[in-house]
Design a protein around this ligand. Structure first.
Ligand code: FES
Ligand SMILES: [Fe+2]
Length: 347
């Protein structure tokens, strides 16, 4: 293996998405006990469903008989039955029954990869094992999502762009006062500044030097052993109800090299009557404003070429962008090296 090959493998791993990570793949309400739900994540097709106890199961979306999508099938007593010829597979990927063929040797065979699944805050997370971390570490959720003091809503959206652009966008507070300058909450503050980056216990904080609390002026990334997320604040005018700023918590799922799914929790720290009134106002009016802002991000990122980074010319404001890329590349390098070492040991 030459150094160039290794570099290519690292670049490919960054591009398809790191392994050894929990990723949100769906909203909890999308996964039912009545029919299977297909998703794509890290270039792989997966199927999810709820078994008899309500627990979500996840295996490859591939029938062991001839490869039909199991997500087109049906749920039988907590297992999944293929629509094509009826083969039934359980949540561990083991063939339970081949109804068309008596005493078929396939029965009892572990034929498919199964994935660990957990649910948190209305989202379904799937763990993608790596050589270094085959067993799932704890999924660390942001403190706002673990606290009763906060309330909010999960919104998801598919963006036809590589997930790296979505992360870059979150590490780039300076775009707020330009891209979103026509919006309800992001029209304020100066359009010129410097950025600074501070290390934090679990990641980094990127902020404008010259202003705070006027626009999207900072964001922060937390990187844990098995997942990463970002958060930022959007200042809120008094017309948007009680409770000060709105905090956005973002996770990004790489669907494949060309698309990603963003999972944003829109949160406020409000209680009692203020909580009810904000939740009402959000549903009635504010949600549409937030979608409009998010659409501006989506349209901009989808318009950028896949290989924009080969020609880009970064400047001082892009220290957050550089930092997130460095984190991804380092993790990918370590994963690829562990895989190569294992392959060599097996030779
Ligand atoms: S392909 Fe699924 S049962 Fe034949
Ligand atoms: Fe934005």
């Amino acid at each position: 293996m030459t150094a160039i090959d290794k570099k290519t493998l690292i670049e490919e791993r960054v591009n398809t998405g790191l392994l050894g990570q929990w990723y949100p793949v769906a909203k909890s309400v999308e996964v039912k006990g009545t029919r299977p739900h297909g998703v794509k994540a890290l270039g792989q097709k997966l199927v999810l469903w709820r078994d008899g106890s309500g627990k979500i199961r996840c295996i490859e979306d591939f029938c062991p008989h001839r490869g039909a999508p199991l997500s087109y099938g049906e749920i039988h007593e907590g297992n999944i039955g293929c629509r094509y010829h009826g083969v039934v597979v359980d949540g561990e990927g083991v063939v339970v029954r081949v109804p068309a063929m008596p005493e078929c040797a396939l029965e009892g065979r572990k034929a498919l990869t199964s994935f660990e699944v957990t649910e948190s805050n209305d989202a379904v997370f799937v763990y993608f094992p790596s050589v270094e971390q085959p067993k799932a570490p704890e999924l660390v959720m942001p403190r706002e999502l673990r606290s009763d003091a906060w309330t909010g809503f999960l919104c998801t959206s598919v963006w036809e762009t590589n997930y790296r652009y979505a992360l870059d966008n979150l590490a780039d507070p300076m775009h707020g006062c330009y891209l979103h300058s026509e919006s309800f909450t992001l029209a304020y503050g100066s359009k010129q500044d410097l950025m600074k980056l501070d290390k934090t216990e679990h990641g980094f904080h990127i902020s404008r030097v010259g202003q705070a609390g006027e626009n999207f002026d900072w964001s922060e990334f937390e990187v844990h052993a098995g997942n990463m997320f970002c958060f930022l604040d959007i200042p809120y005018p008094p017309a948007a109800g009680p409770g000060g700023f709105m905090r956005i918590i973002g996770f990004v799922l790489p669907i494949d090299e060309r698309s990603c799914k963003v999972f944003f929790w829109r949160m406020r720290e409000v209680s009692g009557f203020a909580r009810d009134s904000w939740r009402f106002l959000y549903r009635a009016k504010l949600e549409q404003n937030h979608w409009n802002v998010l659409e501006q991000d989506r349209v901009m990122l989808e318009g950028m070429p896949d290989d924009a980074r080969k020609r880009e010319m970064l400047y001082q404001h892009d220290i957050g962008v550089s930092r997130i890329r460095q984190i991804l590349t380092r993790a990918a390098k370590s994963q690829i090296e562990a895989e190569l070492a294992r392959a060599q040991a097996a030779e």
